[in-house]
Every structure is written in C-alpha cells, then in structure tokens.
Design a protein around this ligand. Structure first.
Ligand SMILES: [Zn+2]
Length: 147
C-alpha cells in the first residue's frame, strides 16, 4: 500500500463513497468479514474500514465502472489490521511489519508469534483477536478524528 499524492476525493473517496462505506459497515453489523475472522466461532472483531474484494486496481484493469467497483457486492467490512493483510495479499505481498491493536506483530512468522499460533491464524479464537472494549473505544475515537 503506497501513499498516493492525489487527494482522497481524486481517488474516489468522496461523500458518495462515505455513504456506501457506512451502508456496508451497517450491513455487516460492524464486524470484520475477512475469512480469518469469519472462520472463528465468534466474529467479534470490530470493523472500521471497507475493503474492495476485487481491488480498485484490478477492477480498473478489468474495465469495471466506478459503480461496479464500489457496488456493495464487491465490498466487505474489515478491521484495520485485516484490511492491511487483505490488501497485501491481493498485491502478492506479505506484511513484514506492523502490529495489531494489542501491540502484537501482524507477521505470523515474527518471533513473538511463535508458540501462540500465528497472530492471524484461522484457528485462532476470536476472543484472542478482539481488542478490549477500552481499546476499541480508543481505536474508534482515533478513527473518527482521522476520517
Ligand atoms: Zn478480520
């Protein structure tokens, strides 16, 4: 994921996108829809972001219109860390750095994740992944300021 010099509006993240984003987050009950979170018995990972299942770059290459690209059927709510991983996977990259909300490295191969299962392993219990309520509040407060 590289930082674009173009504005959020120029990249298609405008008021229309914000409405779609909120609609998708509501549709998904504010929970992360990634395969790893869905694979758990509980899906309690709060979602704050909306992911393009077929990436915008791929959709552009396929000749999709913006309406097709931003259609709710191509969108899924995700937590920030799952969104980073999904985008990295879509680009054929693996995350080498970065931490989850608990400060644990996202890289499953990181030494800190040895013996406790990968930080993002499908078999990991959702309760282990989900941040505490206090952390969630901090996180959501942080997102609101940035949005
Ligand atoms: Zn997830």
């Amino acid at each position: 994921m590289s930082w674009s010099k173009r504005s959020r509006q120029a990249r298609g993240y405008d008021a229309k996108w914000e409405r779609t984003r909120l609609l998708v987050l509501r549709r998904d009950n504010g929970l992360c829809q990634c395969d790893r979170c869905k694979g758990g018995e509980l899906r309690l990972t709060p979602a704050t972001e909306v992911h393009h299942v077929t990436s915008k770059a791929r959709a552009k290459a396929l000749g999709w219109t913006r309406a097709q690209t931003d259609d709710p059927s191509n969108l899924a709510s995700m937590s920030h860390e799952c969104h980073l991983l999904a985008d990295a996977e879509a680009q054929g990259r693996t995350l080498k750095q970065g931490c989850d909300l608990n400060g644990m490295p996202l890289d499953p191969k990181h030494a800190w994740n040895k013996g406790r299962g990968a930080a993002i392993a499908p078999d990991r219990q959702a309760k282990d992944r989900a941040p505490s309520l206090a952390q969630s509040r901090l996180y959501f407060a942080g997102k609101r300021k940035c949005a």
